[in-house]
Design a protein around this ligand. Structure first.
Ligand code: AP5
Ligand code: MG
Length: 215
C-alpha cells in the first residue's frame, strides 16, 4: 500500500539508528532531516556563552531545557527548507515538547526503531561522527572508506563527548522514562506508529522502514 507521509518523527533509544536511517529516508521522501542533536552540536561548536553551556550540559547525557530546544526547532521548521515537510530526529523527547510542536506543525507518521540496551551500548561505543555534516559511522558495522575520515567532507571523525558509559546509561534512562511517553501521546492522537526491528543490518532496517512506509 502506498502512503504519502511528509511530516514524520523517528523515535528510538540511543544508538537505534535514527541518524543512520534518516540519511536514506530524507533522500527518498524529499524532505529535510532535522536532528535536534546535530543542531545543538553545531551551536556547541561556537565560541559563545550558549556554545560553552551546551558543551558541558550535553556531555553529561542530560536533556537541554525546553526553552532552548523549542526555539531552535521552531525556527528551523518554520523556515523555507521545511515547507514540503520534515523528518524529525531527536525532537520531541518529552510530552511537553510534543505538545509544543503541535502548536505550529502537524505530524502524520511516527517511526519507532527498537533495540536492546546491550546493542545500544555496543553501537555507541564504536560510533564515530563527522563534526561538520553529522554523518554517522561505526568502527565495525559502518566504517568510513578511509579510516578516521568522513567520506563526504574528508573532515576528521570524532567520538561524541556523550558516548561515555555513564552518559549512555543516563540517556537510555531518559528515553525509557520520558521519551516513550511522547510516543504514547501520539498514540492517543491516533497518529500511525510504525514499529521497526532495529536489531538487523543497516540495510535490512532500511528495507523494513521503506516497506512499512510503502516506499
Ligand atoms: P542526539 O544527537 O539526538 O542523540 P541520541 O538521542 O542520544 O541518539 P543517538 O544519536 O545517540 O542515536 P541514533 O539513534 O541517532 O543512532 P545512530 O544512527 O547514530 O541527542 C544528543 C543530546 O542532545 C541529548 O542527550 C540531549 O542532551 C540533547 N538533545 C537532543 N534533542 C533534545 C531534545 N529534544 N530535548 C532536550 N535535549 C535534547 O547509530 C548509532 C551507531 O550504530 C552508529 O555508529 C551507527 O553506524 C551504528 N548503527 C546504526 N544502525 C546500525 C545497525 N542496524 N547495525 C549495526 N550498527 C548500526
Ligand atoms: Mg543521532
Amino acid at each position: 500500500m502506498a502512503f504519502s507521509f511528509s511530516k514524520l518523527i523517528i523515535f528510538g533509544p540511543q544508538g537505534a539508528g535514527k541518524g543512520t536511517q534518516t540519511e536514506f529516508l530524507t533522500k527518498r521522501l524529499g524532505v529535510p532531516a532535522v536532528s535536534s542533536g546535530h543542531l545543538l552540536r553545531l551551536e556547541m561548536g561556537q565560541d559563545t556563552k550558549l556554545g560553552h553551556f551546551l558543551k558541558t550540559q550535553m556531555s553529561t547525557g542530560e536533556l537541554i531545557s525546553d526553552e532552548i530546544i523549542n526555539l531552535l526547532i521552531k525556527n528551523y521548521l518554520l523556515g523555507p527548507e521545511c515547507v514540503r515537510g520534515f523528518l524529525l530526529d531527536g525532537f520531541p523527547r518529552t510530552v511537553d515538547q510534543a505538545k509544543f510542536l503541535a502548536t505550529f506543525a502537524a505530524v502524520d507518521c511516527i517511526l519507532k526503531i527498537n533495540i536492546s540496551d546491550a546493542e545500544a551500548v555496543w553501537r555507541l561505543s564504536g560510533r564515530r561522527t563527522c563534526p561538520s555534516c553529522g554523518m554517522v559511522y561505526h568502527q565495525e558495522s559502518k566504517p568510513p572508506q578511509k579510516a578516521g575520515s568522513c567520506d563526504r567532507c574528508r573532515v576528521e571523525l570524532i567520538k561524541r563527548s556523550d558516548d561515555t558509559p555513564e552518559a549512555i546509561q543516563k540517556r537510555l534512562k531518559i528515553y525509557y522514562t520520558e521519551t516513550v511517553l511522547a510516543v504514547v501521546y501520539y498514540q492517543t492522537q491516533s497518529i500511525p506508529i510504525l514499529e521497526i526491528n532495529g536489531e538487523q543490518t543497516i540495510e535490512a532496517v532500511r528495507q523494513e522502514i521503506f516497506e512499512k512506509l510503502g516506499l
